[in-house]
Design a binder for this molecule. Sequence first.
Ligand SMILES: [Zn+2]
Length: 64
Amino acid sequence: MIDPTSDIGEDVDESTAPTCHTCGKKIMQEPNHRVVSWVDEGAVEHLHFCDGECREDWSGRRPR
Ligand SMILES: [Zn+2]
């Protein structure tokens, strides 16, 4: 008998939660959570930010 308990949902627990790249805060169901992704030499890179302010802080510091 197969036990139907596998839940493949968006279960975020503290050990797998991403952290904000700017301030280091754990992002747990953060409504303002931002993800920035880009392709760097064929590999997809992404960074998480807890809100738009942290995201802007990071992009403002990054020379283009
Ligand atoms: Zn942050």
